[in-house]
Design a protein around this ligand. Sequence first.
Ligand SMILES: NC(=O)C1=CN([C@@H]2O[C@H](COP(=O)(O)OP(=O)(O)OC[C@H]3O[C@@H](n4cnc5c(N)ncnc54)[C@H](OP(=O)(O)O)[C@@H]3O)[C@@H](O)[C@H]2O)[C@@H](O)CC1
Ligand SMILES: Nc1ncnc2c1ncn2[C@@H]1O[C@H](COP(=O)(O)OP(=O)(O)OP(=O)(O)O)[C@@H](O)[C@H]1O
Length: 406
Amino acid sequence: IVTKRLLEQSAEAEQSFYQMEEQRLQAEDHRREAEHARELHMLQVLGQMFSSIATRNPVATATANTAMPPALNTTESTMQPGVPMSTSGRMRHVLERSFSLGTAARRGMDDILPLVKNIVPPLTSKKHKGQDGRIGIIGGCQEYTGAPYFAAISALKVGADLSHVFCTKAAATVIKSYSPELIVHPVLDSPNAVEEMEKWLPRLHCLVVGPGLGRDDKLLKNAKEVIEKSKARDIPIVIDADGLWLVAQQPSVIQGYQKGILTPNYMEFTRLYEAMHHEPLDSSDHQRSAMELSVAMGNLTVVLKGEEDLITDGNKVILCRQEGSGRRCGGQGDLLSGSLGVLAHWAYTSSADMTKSVNPSVVAAFGACSLTRQCNRQAFHKHGRATTTTDMIQEISSAFKKLFES
Ligand SMILES: NC(=O)C1=CN([C@@H]2O[C@H](COP(=O)(O)OP(=O)(O)OC[C@H]3O[C@@H](n4cnc5c(N)ncnc54)[C@H](OP(=O)(O)O)[C@@H]3O)[C@@H](O)[C@H]2O)[C@@H](O)CC1
Ligand SMILES: Nc1ncnc2c1ncn2[C@@H]1O[C@H](COP(=O)(O)OP(=O)(O)OP(=O)(O)O)[C@@H](O)[C@H]1O
């Protein structure tokens, strides 16, 4: 009997031990679940905060046509054009950038490329000559005749219907002799240069200022006045090469003009940055510097060309990493600026639906960078070390088809 009783007591003790253990495990599970729910909630709150930061200015495009750029009429209101950014302004941009940049490279290829495809106008028999683009290049002087030719012929080959070059008298015959396709006006150094060029503005859809312009004061002054007149007509203006020299001397010529696009190489970028910020460029963070320059210029689109092209309107940085080649012959930037002229016209005349409210200048810039790099790659494949810009221009047709029409 005693043994039986001991066995019963032992079984009861064991059962109660297991009951208590089960309760303990359940309590532990509840505690873990509660902790997990708290973490999840925190992550959701953080996610909302981050996405509201990243989309506070949804890629600037919504305001692309307004007088004041978003960064200047909202949180960046303390920042004046031409005045260095405050530390807090800088911090805010770094924060914004770190969110948009996480996806910048992917966004570039996956998201922007379809938008470039969207803006390409269909080729139909219903249109007449000129409707797909009349582009003006301001540049070409005694020393430089290749650059305006490269830009103008690239614009034509990308799909503009008419390409005009406004150059000096000395450059005109030379440029005409390169190509019968270009319309060449020997007016840039004439006494009434501005009136001569101004009368063409109502016919032009986009202006590219700078390839082969040179740095003669008189020519720069004429270019400046034509820029002013084009702004008044709301024409997209791409500024490259010596046009950027002019901007570095007198930023107000284009500052704050939302349809202005700057396409500096690293040297030109450094010059512009230092002119705007009055301090040496910190070369350790190109993305931040490019955004700072864009903001200082009033959220103009800046395309910093290089191993990877950085495109920014001061709100986001988009990277173009389309594979090119190691060949760096002169004139590739002219191909880029001429193509950009056409794409900018197409982007600005497309509906917001087509660009998904992304800044049209950014869409156009991404298209032009991708195209230039693809041309470089294809030309290099055929010509290797001997590749020249002329070889790249011959690739425009197939590179365009591959990138934007397939
Ligand atoms: N066939 C033609 O007609 C062509 C005419 N062109 C026309 O020439 C005009 C002047 O334009 P530009 O670019 O030569 O002058 P500018 O900005 O003073 O640079 C000079 C110095 O900057 C440097 N440098 C350049 N890039 C750099 C980089 N990524 N990273 C770092 N450094 C860089 C380099 O210095 P270096 O290495 O020699 O010391 C270079 O020598 C302009 O109108 C243009 O349209 C061109 O389009 C070409 C085809
Ligand atoms: N290191 C590089 N690797 C790949 N592509 C590059 C590199 N540097 C420039 N590019 C490409 O070459 C094109 C022209 O850029 P580049 O820096 O040569 O312009 P640029 O100096 O203004 O030209 P230009 O000779 O017409 O004045 C751009 O499309 C850019 O993406």
